[in-house]
Design a protein around this ligand. Structure first.
Ligand SMILES: [Fe+2]
Ligand SMILES: [Fe+2]
Length: 304
């Protein structure tokens, strides 16, 4: 079936987002062990057989496979820079954080509306799990805002440019990125400049200097940057960077700060990926708590 290349696809349904997250859970069934303050831990289970990964790929739904195919084909270095120029001008609309959450909630998952959580419910469920564990208030708030960048879908971005495990562009692809074979269709794979180990980067340059595939993580990070602590910003920016935080890849790009922050990214990942239940949080009951928490850190309106 031919797929129109580069043509934005209508994004009324978020079914693939759910399916992508289910796929991640199948691939990473165990939470990584990290509970700050933690002693050194292992991001990668060394006992995990290589074959496991192939099985996850083989078992992936065709829709998930197709999603990764589009993502890997179209997320080029130039695409990422162009999206940053476009969205980091923040000239789309003015919204407060709660308002943005309600806006995000207009995305509908029509695959299984009775059992799946709405976007707002996922945000609240993640934040409430963090709150139950007695984590700091900024951490709870990070749970609440972490997926707000998915409003990119409502701005007309195709889902492969909103979600998906992120990966560095501008250097060689790690074989541990899911479905690495799909990179063959990416024009960057034929550009020598981008296909050395370091590509356009310098050894140990730090993740702040690395361009990851474009999506909801970078967008919400850039929105939240002036307002949240560093640990929170790492969680937002890298929560989908599974090749780093779960596979331990790209060590040669990291600086000491990245290494120190990894445990926070992993601590967040356990709430994001593993707290999903079908128990729906009571939005109206929780709203006052979150409105107050938002006001503690964010201005009433932000430019998106
Ligand atoms: Fe996310
Ligand atoms: Fe999430």
């Amino acid at each position: 079936m031919p797929t129109p290349s580069n043509a934005p696809q209508a994004a009324p349904s978020v079914a693939i987002m759910e399916e992508w997250e289910d796929f991640l859970k199948a691939r990473y069934p165990e939470p990584a062990t990290a509970s700050p303050p933690a002693t050194p831990f292992q991001a990668v289970n060394p006992n995990k057989a290589k074959a496991d990964f192939r099985n996850y790929e083989a078992d992936a739904r065709p829709t998930v496979r197709e999603f990764y195919r589009l993502n890997h084909e179209h997320q080029t270095y130039d695409f990422v820079l162009a999206k940053k120029r476009e969205y980091l001008a923040f000239n789309r609309r003015e919204m407060g954080i709660w308002e943005a959450a309600e806006y995000l909630n207009t995305l509908v998952d029509d695959s299984d509306p009775d059992t799946d959580l709405s976007q707002l419910e996922h945000l609240l469920q993640t934040a409430e799990a963090i709150r139950r564990d007695g984590r700091p208030r900024w951490f709870i708030l990070t749970g609440f805002v972490h997926d707000l960048g998915k409003i990119l879908c409502l701005f007309g971005e195709p889902q492969w440019a909103v979600v998906g495990d992120t990966f560095p562009v501008g250097c060689r692809y790690s074989p541990k990125i899911v479905f690495p074979q799909f990179f063959a269709a990416n024009p960057d794979s034929r550009n020598e400049r981008f296909q050395t180990r370091l590509g356009v980067y310098e050894e140990g340059c730090g993740l702040d200097k690395v361009h990851l595939s474009w999506g909801h993580d970078e967008y919400i990070y850039q929105i939240a940057k002036p307002y949240l602590p560093k640990e929170a910003l790492y969680m937002l920016r890298f929560h989908s960077f599974y090749p780093w935080h779960r596979e331990g890849e790209y060590d040669f790009l990291l600086n000491d700060e990245d290494r120190a922050m990894l445990e926070w990214v992993l601590a967040f990942n356990q709430y994001d990926l593993y707290t999903k239940s079908h128990e729906k949080p009571d939005v109206e009951k929780l709203r006052p708590f979150y409105e107050e928490l938002i006001a503690e850190y964010f201005p009433a309106k932000l430019a998106w």
